[in-house]
Design a binder for this molecule. Structure first.
Ligand code: SF4
Length: 231
C-alpha cells in the first residue's frame, strides 16, 4: 500500500476521539476542489508493507485510527491493514471514503467502527464533478447500501463549493439519504482554499457563505439532521 503521510494525533477527524490519521496515496477521482491534490497520482506516496505501517503508528497517545487519503479503498490490501490495526487492541477505527470500490469496502466492514462517506454531488453530476474515468455513481450507491445494511456508523458528508454547487443539490442529497432509509446527521462543510488545492483548477470557485445552506434547513426531511461546519 502507498502511504502519503501520518498525523500522530488529531482531535478533529473523529468526534470526541483522539485518533492517529493515516493518509493513503492515490485516488481514482480528480475533483477540481481536492484539498490533497498532491496525493491524487497513483504513484504518489511511499510503498509500505502492513507491518511497517503498524509499527509507524503504534505508541501514539491516540485512542483510535482514521484512514483517509486519497482514496483508501483503491488499495486491495486495505482490509489487511485494518485487521492489523484492530489486532493492536484499538478502540475505534474510522475510514474516510468516497465509496467507489464497494468490493474492498465490503471486506473492510468487519474491522470498522465508523465511516465518513464523502458524497460529492447529486447522482447526475457525479461524472462531471469527480472527473472519474467512468460514472462512479452506481458504485457509490452500492457502497452506501452496504454501509446502511451493516453495523458500522455511517456519517455522510459533502464539501460545498461556492459558485459550483447549489443549495438545492444539498437538499436533494439529503432527500436521497432519507429515501435510502438513513436517519441521522448529514454534515455539510465549506470548500476552502489551502496549500493542498490547485490554483488553476479552483479559480472559478469561491469560499461560500453558510447562509446559502442555512436557507434549505427547513426544507429537509425530518429524519435528516443537517450539520453545517464552516472551517
Ligand atoms: S475523492 Fe477526495 S482525494 Fe480524491 S480527488 Fe476527490 S477530493 Fe481529492
Amino acid at each position: 500500500m502507498r502511504i502519503a503521510s501520518v498525523i500522530d494525533i488529531s482531535l478533529v477527524d473523529v468526534p470526541k476521539i483522539p485518533v492517529t490519521v493515516i493518509f493513503t496515496a492515490g485516488c481514482n477521482m480528480d475533483c477540481p476542489f481536492c484539498q490533497n491534490a498532491e496525493i491524487i497520482p497513483l504513484k504518489s506516496g511511499t510503498p509500505m508493507k502492513i507491518p511497517e505501517i503498524v509499527e509507524r503508528v503504534q505508541g501514539n497517545m491516540s485512542d483510535g485510527y482514521c484512514i483517509t487519503g486519497g482514496e483508501p479503498t483503491i488499495h486491495r490490501d486495505l482490509p489487511d491493514l485494518l485487521k492489523a490495526l484492530r489486532d493492536t487492541g484499538t478502540s475505534h477505527i474510522n475510514l474516510n471514503t468516497q465509496g467507489t470500490v464497494p468490493s474492498v469496502l465490503k471486506r473492510c466492514l468487519p474491522y470498522l467502527d465508523s465511516v465518513w462517506f464523502d458524497l460529492k454531488t447529486v447522482p447526475e453530476r457525479y461524472a462531471e464533478v469527480t472527473r472519474a474515468r467512468s460514472d462512479p455513481w452506481p458504485h457509490v450507491l452500492k457502497s452506501m447500501k452496504l454501509l446502511l445494511d451493516s453495523s458500522v456508523a455511517f456519517w455522510p458528508r459533502t464539501t460545498y463549493v461556492g459558485r459550483w454547487m447549489h443549495p438545492e443539490e444539498i437538499q436533494r442529497i439529503a432527500e436521497f439519504l432519507a429515501d435510502l432509509g438513513f436517519e441521522g446527521g448529514y454534515l455539510v462543510q465549506n470548500y476552502i482554499r489551502s496549500s493542498g488545492t490547485r490554483e488553476l483548477e479552483t479559480e472559478d470557485f469561491e469560499e461560500p457563505s453558510s447562509d446559502e445552506i442555512e436557507q434549505i434547513r427547513e426544507r429537509l426531511p425530518p429524519t435528516i439532521s443537517l450539520k453545517i461546519e464552516w472551517r
